[in-house]
Design a binder for this molecule. Structure first.
Ligand code: ACO
Length: 382
């Protein structure tokens, strides 16, 4: 292998097939199992999209009701998982808390499985595990935000659907329908995006025949970084730094002079705009109107216009999501855990797809270290 064969960052490499989603950068479109994501966001509850990602088809009313019943039955945090979360220092990043909670849930579920040979599980077991993780993650994320604020755990409510219950467990109230709808849309938009870094991580782990929980735990680690999921949080820091729309130009002069990456802009696959942004921007506009915050829209528009005209680099999903989650009342550090609660559906769909037609993922490397040399004094055995 020569150095010219290396695709740093695996840019342009097709690593495998997937039937879960299709990203088309030419048309700026994203399909989940064939359906345009903006159509799903406009018409479906997140539970139905989770069902679609796992099963390949949208649910019938009966299938949706069955999924919702299972989801409701597994929403509550157990005392043990809560105690594990409480071990994470309050000033650690909540992604560490989420990663720890999923790891403990996995260890409890797999206890007694006896050997690593039993851990990867059947398709049926892994679908059940996926639904249980999907069901409990809102409680993990909500409790994390509450305990950092010195507030107590709020129990789930059986009369509420996924999105409304998530907001209830976080804030202790159910906001207006338009707010719940904007949140539901964000969950759908974040759910799946082909072989992004965290999903690919989950597939690498699944390819070793490790268990689903280990694959999800690894994916959470990959999502934490600011070049991936951590960017929604970073967008808010940028907004706070700039402060006001009229400061955009001077702030950008300074940031670009220092060669800073502007968080929430750019994408490895989309080079002419992220297919999810218009839908999330519309949800953000709804929240701006609902909470009467034209200043947020002004800053958003000013930074987008100035950066796109200077660099030709377009916003990604994290750009509208960051300020939307802020308006919803989430703490900035909670944004990436929200991404986990959504993306767990895509990760688990990919883990099950990998398991169904597995090949160990093990690329090659080109060696760039010293030529062969020998330890002084070493005498080979004769
Ligand atoms: N700000 C400033 N310059 C940028 C940005 C940005 N956000 N994004 C790309 N560029 C520039 C790079 O500096 C580079 O310029 P150069 O050729 O002069 O060195 C060029 O555009 C190509 O950028 P790369 O980083 O090489 O492109 P890549 O495909 O690897 O990057 C990435 C994609 C990592 C997302 C990048 O655009 C970035 O760092 N963006 C900011 C972080 C972010 O928003 N991440 C969220 C991703 S989407 C998601 O997770 C939902």
């Amino acid at each position: 292998m020569t150095v010219t064969d290396i695709r740093k960052g695996l840019v342009g490499v097709i690593a495998d097939e997937t039937a879960v989603s299709k990203v088309n950068p030419e048309t700026n479109s994203l399909l989940y199992r064939g359906y345009p994501v903006q159509e799903l966001a406009a018409t479906q509850p997140f539970e139905a999209v989770a069902y679609l990602l796992w099963n390949g088809e949208l649910p019938t009313p009966e299938q949706l009701a069955a999924l919702r019943a299972t989801e409701r039955a597994h929403r509550a945090l157990t005392d043990e998982v809560r105690a594990a979360i409480d071990l994470v220092p309050l000033d650690a990043h909540p992604m560490d808390e989420v990663r720890t909670a999923v790891s403990v849930i996995g260890a409890q579920d797999l206890a007694g499985s006896g050997s690593v040979m039993d851990a990867s599980g059947s398709a049926e077991e892994n679908l059940a595990r996926s639904i249980r993780l999907f069901a409990v993650l809102p409680a993990i994320v909500a409790y994390g935000q509450r305990r950092r604020r010195g507030e107590g755990l709020i129990a789930p409510r059986d009369d509420l659907d996924y999105a409304a219950n998530f907001l209830w467990m976080t804030f202790g109230e159910v906001p207006d329908e338009v707010v719940v709808d904007a949140f539901n849309r964000s969950m759908i938009l974040y759910a799946e995006h082909s072989f992004n870094a965290s999903t690919f991580t989950s597939r690498v782990i699944a390819s070793t025949l490790s268990d689903l929980y280990s694959a999800v735990t690894g994916a959470i680690g990959a999502l934490k970084g600011p070049l991936h999921g951590g960017a929604n949080e970073a967008v808010l820091h940028v907004f706070h730094e700039i402060g006001d729309a009229e400061n955009v130009s001077s702030w950008l002069d300074d940031a670009l002079a220092r060669k800073r990456k502007i968080m929430g802009f750019g994408h490895r696959v989309y080079k002419r705009g992220d297919s999810r942004v218009p839908t999330m921007k519309a949800a953000l506009d709804t929240l701006v109107a609902h909470y009467d915050r034209p200043d947020v829209a002004a800053l958003y528009d000013a930074l987008e216009a100035e950066f796109v005209s200077r660099k030709g680099i377009y916003p990604n999903l994290d750009y509208p999501s960051g300020p939307a989650y802020d308006l919803l009342g989430f703490d900035t550090v909670t944004f990436t855990p929200l991404f986990v609660a959504s993306r767990v559906t895509g990760w688990t769909a990919h883990i099950m797809e990998q398991q169904a037609a597995n090949a160990l993922i093990r690329p090659l490397s080109a060696y760039s270290g010293p030529d062969e040399r020998h330890v002084e004094g070493y005498v080979p055995d004769t």
